[in-house]
Ligand binder design. Structure first.
Ligand code: IVH
Length: 717
């Protein structure tokens, strides 16, 4: 078996993910972000740049917004940072230390203001004064003063509990030990500890001379200095502190601005660039100015922070998840760089999609070395007119994978080579590459016989949403496949016959082999829906697989029906409408088209899959190894339910159910779920933070229900 080329991970754009891919991706992001949080907070040694970290969180948020049902209990969106590590005493924050939501564009900032107006029920143009501050790239710290004396300093930690770094913080010159003037009895001041760039460079020079650890950037140097167990070392590190917020306080100030002035009076350093802004225009002007001056500042900043000035408004706005509604961080765009495009290679995905990937002369962008960037598809190469040998502009933003923005035409050498998209798949089969009508992607037509696709499918098969075989990860799959132990999913359930070969492998012992084989055995009995997911049929994610399982009940019936549907579809043209599928194509195809969630395109993806004998062999082979548990057939929509035939709109955030779950349930009870409110709407179910839809319902006199009233109506506890 040929070894595959090194794999390049090019994540699918969020809008193209199906539910299964989304859930796998959310699981991956949760563990990856947690790993970065640990590296950052506990070891002061981040593995990735801030931009990359933000991109991961952003991708996580985007996927969660598209698939609210898939939000994980351990989602990074519900956490801030990492739990504190050993070495320092733990401190419980009297008020949680939260984080900020990010805005990346003027539109995001406008949305931020619009959300606030909606929430406070203000007129569309009502003025909301904000305080605009530079976003200091350091680490946040909470200082507790009692009767004017500094009694404790703590890191943020996980937001609820941090570490006691009082002794170290006392060595920072900007932190007063005793407050000047009349101070509240209890005052917690929050702000950012940072190190100036010059000091950072000097420190690294010293560290290098002494053979000590080199810091990646000023922020890590600051964090590393604060987390010294010996405070005399901290004292030798030039750290600064900008104060910008409060935690516990006896009497809350009326505005953020007043508070900053009071801080000055008590002896704190506040950022001198801070300004008030009356509207979006002034906020953007501040952002532009700070962005332009950024490089000249002696310390690093990574954006600006806007905070609603009035604290009574801040109180009404409150918090959501890990961030206040009354503040946002407007980040500077991810860094761009130019580098040489050395080659374009082709990556083959699970369903045979060929993705062109730019091989770059490695370059550091935002602190991370970039050697690959996605070129998406053939059309994108054409659009950018990129040629091998070109110098390209790349950006790391909004997505984990660097993007090629364009070509620096002036630097194009005479021998720059146009890339011809291969007509043959790079897999050993060298099968023909097809571009389906209307599709941008080209696919390898080798199907399951293509070894590249085999690996991707196996990888998908053992993944979380599918068979979820513990201890059989992507690397094992790749190695087992390369060495001929696995070709198709059924082989996994025959691994016990290859126990000897497994034992002979490097790094495997009796114990680990037994564990693996036990994990495989544990999945021999499998739910019908998981079985369908495992097949890796394009477009069939978790929700659709469930619907298919409910419709067909048992695996044998499903396979027989799909074969029949494929046969019918093969003989006939695409139906004009899914409702006409049975009439124009055939019974079995028509039945498939009428499964909830499925339309002609998805039905075609399924029949296309079953029209390929190689796929059918693999499916039957797998089914032969398993004990597939049947599923109860979907009950006919309860015609007698109180909501049958009614049109319902859900708005705002629901507490007891997810939006998708509510929709699914309503539909199962025979209701129609609409996206917008009209005269035809029967019920609007109003969750927290409901906006314009609730207003519209009120205007039109549509019955509005709370979430509980809705649950009562449908007879659910
Ligand atoms: S206010 C409840 N203001 O950015 C709001 N944070 O991404 C608390 N940061 O955890 C934060 N400069 O470490 C605020 N002027 C500023 C800031 C600032 C830097 C940091 C802070 C925070 C993080 C959020």
């Amino acid at each position: 078996m040929a070894k595959r080329k090194a794999k390049v991970e090019v994540p699918t754009p969020v809008e193209e993910l199906d539910a299964l891919e989304a859930s796998t991706e959310l699981a991956r992001l949760a563990s990856e972000i947690a790993r970065h949080d640990r590296a950052y907070h506990e070891k002061d040694a981040p593995i990735v740049s801030d931009a990359e970290y933000d991109a991961l969180r952003q991708r996580n948020a985007e996927i969660e917004a598209r698939f609210p049902k898939l939000v994980r209990r351990d989602s990074p969106s519900k956490r801030v940072g990492a739990a504190p590590s050993g070495g320092f005493a733990k401190v419980r924050h009297s008020k949680p230390m939260l984080s900020l939501d990010n805005a990346f564009s003027e539109e995001d900032v406008a949305d931020f203001l619009a959300r606030i107006r909606r929430y406070l029920d203000l007129a569309d143009q009502a003025e909301i004064e904000v305080v605009a501050e530079p976003k200091i790239d350091g680490l946040s710290c909470s200082l507790r003063y009692e009767d004017g004396e500094l009694v404790q300093a703590a890191t943020r930690g996980d937001g609820s509990e941090g570490e006691d770094i009082t002794a170290n913080v006392r060595t920072i010159k900007d932190v007063p030990h005793k407050l000047k003037g009349k101070a509240p009895k209890v005052l917690e001041v929050r702000g950012e500890i940072f190190m100036e760039r010059e000091a950072f460079l000097a420190l690294n020079r010293r560290q290098e001379e002494e053979g000590d650890k080199i810091f990646a950037n000023p922020r890590n140097a600051a964090a590393g200095s604060v987390r010294q167990l010996d405070s005399t070392i901290t004292a030798r590190r030039p750290l600064g502190f900008f104060a910008y917020a409060w935690g516990e306080i006896d009497a809350e100030p009326k505005t953020q601005w007043d508070f900053l002035q009071a801080l000055k009076g008590w002896g704190f350093r506040i950022n001198p660039l801070t300004k008030r802004a009356a509207d979006l225009q002034e906020m953007m002007a501040f952002y532009g100015k700070i962005g332009a001056d950024r490089a000249k500042l002696p310390y690093d900043i990574d954006g600006v922070v806007y905070k609603v000035n009035r604290t009574d408004w801040q109180r009404s706005l409150g918090f959501v998840s890990r961030a206040p509604r009354w503040a946002t961080a407007h980040k500077f765009p991810a860094e761009q760089a130019q580098t040489l495009l050395e080659d374009i290679i082709i990556q083959v995905g699970r369903t045979g999609t060929l993705t062109p990937v730019a091989v770059l002369k490695p370059i550091t962008v935002g602190g991370v070395t970039v050697a690959r960037a996605t070129l998406h598809n053939e059309d994108e190469i054409e659009r950018l007119d990129v040629r091998i040998g070109d110098t390209v502009r790349i950006q790391r933003a909004g997505d984990v994978i660097p993007q090629v923005l364009g070509v620096v035409e002036d630097l194009r050498p005479d021998d720059a080579k146009k890339f011809r998209f291969p007509r043959k798949c790079p897999c050993p089969l060298k099968t023909e590459v097809v571009r389906e009508e209307g599709a941008v992607a080209r696919r390898c037509s080798g199907g399951l016989a293509c070894p590249f696709q085999q690996v991707e499918r196996l990888r998908h098969f053992v993944g979380r949403g599918a068979f979820d075989i513990e201890g059989l990860g992507g690397t094992h799959i790749e190695n087992f496949h390369a060495d001929g132990l696995l070709d198709v999913p059924g082989d996994i359930f025959r691994l016990h016959k290859k126990e000897k070969e497994l034992l002979a492998r490097e790094g495997w012992q009796e114990k680990s082999v037994t564990k693996l084989l036990d994990a495989v055995e544990a999945r021999r009995k499998i739910g019908f829906d998981r079985f369908i997911i495992g097949l890796g049929i394009p477009m069939i994610g978790e929700a659709t697989a469930k619907n298919l399982a409910r419709e067909y009940g048992a695996a044998e019936d499903f396979i027989a029906q799909m074969l029949q549907a494929a046969k019918e579809r093969g003989k006939n043209a695409e139906p004009t409408k899914k409702e006409k599928a049975a009439e124009e194509v055939g019974e079995a195809y028509g039945r498939l088209c009428n499964v909830p969630d499925i339309g002609v395109t998805t039905a075609d993806a399924v029949t296309h899959f079953f029209a390929d004998k190689r796929n059918v062999d693999v499916v039957k082979d797998l089914a032969g190894e398993l004990e597939i548990q049947s599923m109860a057939r979907r009950p006919a929509a309860a015609a007698d339910s109180k909501i049958a035939g009614k049109t319902v709109v859900f708005t705002g955030s629901l507490e007891q159910m997810t939006r998708d779950g509510a929709k699914e349930q309503a539909e199962a009870l025979g209701a129609k779920v609409a996206g917008s409110v009209s005269k035809k709407t029967d019920y609007v179910v109003v969750g927290a933070d409901a906006g314009s839809k609730a207003r519209k319902a009120e205007e039109l006199g549509v019955t509005m229900l709370t979430e509980q009233e809705w649950l009562d109506l449908i007879g659910q506890e």
